[in-house]
Every structure is written in C-alpha cells, then in structure tokens.
Design a binder for this molecule. Structure first.
Ligand SMILES: [Zn+2]
Length: 112
C-alpha cells in the first residue's frame, strides 16, 4: 500500500494544517477532516547534515524544506544530486531511519 502524508483540513474554513493543530490558525475552529497532502511542491531551502546519529546509516544526511502545491510546508530527506532552491520536487513516504527492527517513515524528496 502506498503511504501518504496526512494534513488536517478545517471543517469551517478549509485551511489545511500540517502538522495537526488543536485549533485552526485562521478561524479558531476545532474540527478537522484528515486529507492526503499533495506530493508535488518546490524546494524552499536545504542543508547537509554531517555525522547524523548511527541509526540513519549514512555519513551525510540531506534535508530539505518544501512548500507543497497546497501551501503546506514540510521537512524531509532529499535524494537529489544537485539541489537548487526553487526547483520542483516530488515527495514520497519511505523508511528514513531504522533502529533494530523498528522502522521510522518520513518524507523523501526527489527531483520532479
Ligand atoms: Zn478554520
């Protein structure tokens, strides 16, 4: 089954929040519908993290902040050889970290 990132859409004003919030930041409503976030967006900024903790199993971790096509922003790992700010990306959910038999899923960004 394909996994997707879930956002929280306000039942009153339709503003989509990610991550979830107890109260809508626009209209202060407290009820939300769970919606899948779009996979396409653009790269806002990125960094290279050297020597992350051992469970990442890589020496350098590339992290990016992306604005999805619906305006939500999220942080994730990048698998892009030469990232450029503003470039179009596609996100997908993958195992980003492993600790023993435990798998942690997160967003991974690729060049669109
Ligand atoms: Zn609202």
């Amino acid at each position: 089954m394909k996994k997707s990132i879930l956002g929280y859409k306000c039942k009153k004003c339709a503003t989509i929040h990610y991550p979830n919030r107890a109260i809508c930041r626009k209209c202060r409503n407290e009820e939300f519908d769970v919606v899948s976030l779009p996979e396409d967006g653009k790269l806002l900024t990125f960094t290279h993290l050297h020597n992350p903790s051992g469970d990442f199993e890589v020496a350098i971790l590339d992290l990016g902040i992306v604005e999805l096509s619906n305006g939500c922003r999220l942080t994730g790992q990048m698998k892009i050889e030469k990232p450029v700010i503003g470039m179009k990306i596609k996100s997908q959910i993958e195992v980003v970290r492993q600790s023993g038999y435990k798998k942690f899923y997160g967003a991974v960004f690729y060049k669109a």
